[in-house]
Structure formats: C-alpha cells, structure tokens
Design a protein around this ligand. Structure first.
Ligand code: G3H
Length: 248
C-alpha cells in the first residue's frame, strides 16, 4: 500500500517569521492526518520551520539542492546542509527550475542520485507544456523526463523516491487536469518506472499530481487509483485550504 503524500511547495513566499505563523496555524488543523504531510518553505526559512514543527506530524522539505557535497558554487545549497536542518524531502526539477534556471534532465538526474545517497526523499517533477499537450506529445515528454531522472537508481530505493506529475499549463493557472487525464498520465509514468526499475518498484513508488490542486478538486483527484497525493502550490499558503486538501 502506498501512503499518500500531500506536500506544500511554498515557492518564493513567506519570510522566516511568516513561516512560523503559518506552521503554527497549520499544526492543529492537520494533526490527525491520514496522509504524510510535508511543507517546503524557502531555504532561509528552514531553521525556523524545523523549530516550529517540533513534535508535530508535519515533515520538512526543501525546494531544490545542488548535487555536490560542497564546493565553489556560489548561491547553491548542498544536501548535507539540508540534512543538518532536519529536511527529509527535496523537490527536484520543478518546471520553474527547468524553465527559469536552465535545469536539464541531466542535472535533475544528478540531483536525484545525490538526494537518495544523502537519505533525502526526492520529489521529482515532470510534466508537459500546453504546446506539447496540444501536439499530442505529453507521453513522450514525461517518458523522457522520467527515464532521465531515474537513470542509475537501484529498484530498492523506489519507496524513497517520489514523482510529481505537474502539467505546466495547470500550474498557478486555476486550470486543473481532469482526474481521468491526470490518472492516465500518472499510469503511463508508472509504466515507464516499471520499464526502468521493474514492476515491484513501480508499484512502490508514489506518484503525485500537481497543478491548481484546491480544496474543491482534491477529493476527486486523490481518489483516482494511480494518484498517490498532491504537490500543492498556491493553496498551501493558506492553512485552512491546505488542511482541507490534507483531509480530502
Ligand atoms: O509545486 C507546485 C505546483 O507548481 C503547483 O502549483 P499550484 O498549486 O499553485 O498550481
């Protein structure tokens, strides 16, 4: 049985003090959650978040990392730095990183391997643009991104790797993939995982949906058999909304 995950990607929102307020508001609302709850604040908010999360069931995630242990990489953050702050999850290859910061499939792969080696659970983002969807190349795009991201991974770590299918046209736009569409693409991604790592690994790996997940559409999406939870952007910045999604 794959335990669902609801993860909040706060993107570039919230200062350290705002982080503490949001977490304090959220904690009582999700304390009985049946799913794994993760929040991913900005890097500089992680220490404050860790302290505010003490004793709660909410886990801490980061939004990115470098693959190297250390070195002359100005502005970057290494996996060991995240570990020391109590981070358990790390989003890798979000479409905003690919689009605005030039992250390639190869960089995503290096980050995934490094995260796993450091005992961090990567949440690997894949998904097509509107143009690619309209051209009918959704499967081709997620196929390429998934194979590239998983290259060199051992099937034994499948339960410590998460994929998030995020159609780019659905991110922050209010447009959601229909639950049938999302389920179908995630089923396809699971098939690809099976081809790369074997069918047992494919059954163990959690694959989330992301893209305008809201309290109003969470239940329908999360009830689909292939969808193992959600990566939530905008709605994760409001404690009440995020808690409703957690309790879908
Ligand atoms: O990582 C989260 C996604 O980019 C979804 O963002 P959104 O829920 O604001 O559409």
């Amino acid at each position: 049985m794959r335990k669902p995950i609801i993860a909040g990607n706060w993107k570039m929102h919230k200062t350290p003090s705002q982080t503490v307020s949001l977490i304090n508001e959220l904690k009582p609302l999700v304390k009985d959650a049946q799913v794994e709850v993760v929040v991913c604040p900005p890097f500089v908010c992680l220490p404050a978040a860790k302290e505010a999360l003490a004793g709660s069931n909410i886990k801490l995630g980061a939004q990115n990392m470098h693959w190297e242990e250390q070195g002359a990489f100005t502005g970057e953050v290494a996996p060991g730095m995240l570990k020391e702050l109590g981070v358990e999850y790390v989003i890798i290859g979000h479409s905003e990183r690919r689009q605005y910061f030039g992250e390639t499939d190869e960089m995503v792969n290096k980050k995934v391997l490094s995260a796993v080696a450091h005992n961090l659970i990567p949440i690997i983002c894949v998904g097509e643009t509107l143009e690619q969807r309209e051209q009918g190349s959704t499967e081709q795009v997620v196929d390429r991104q998934t194979r590239a991201a998983l290259k060199g991974l051992s099937p034994e770590v499948a339960d410590r790797v998460v994929i998030a299918y995020e159609p780019i046209w659905a991110i922050g736009t209010g447009k959601t993939a229909s639950s049938d569409d999302a389920n179908e693409v995630i089923g396809y991604i699971r098939k690809v995982v099976g081809e790369v790592l074997g069918s047992q690994a494919a059954q163990q790996m959690r694959i989330l949906y992301g893209g305008s997940v809201k309290p109003e559409n969470a239940a329908e999406l999360m009830q689909m058999p292939e969808i193992d939870g959600g990566l939530v952007g905008g709605a994760s910045l409001k404690a009440q909304d995020f808690a409703k999604i957690v309790k879908y």
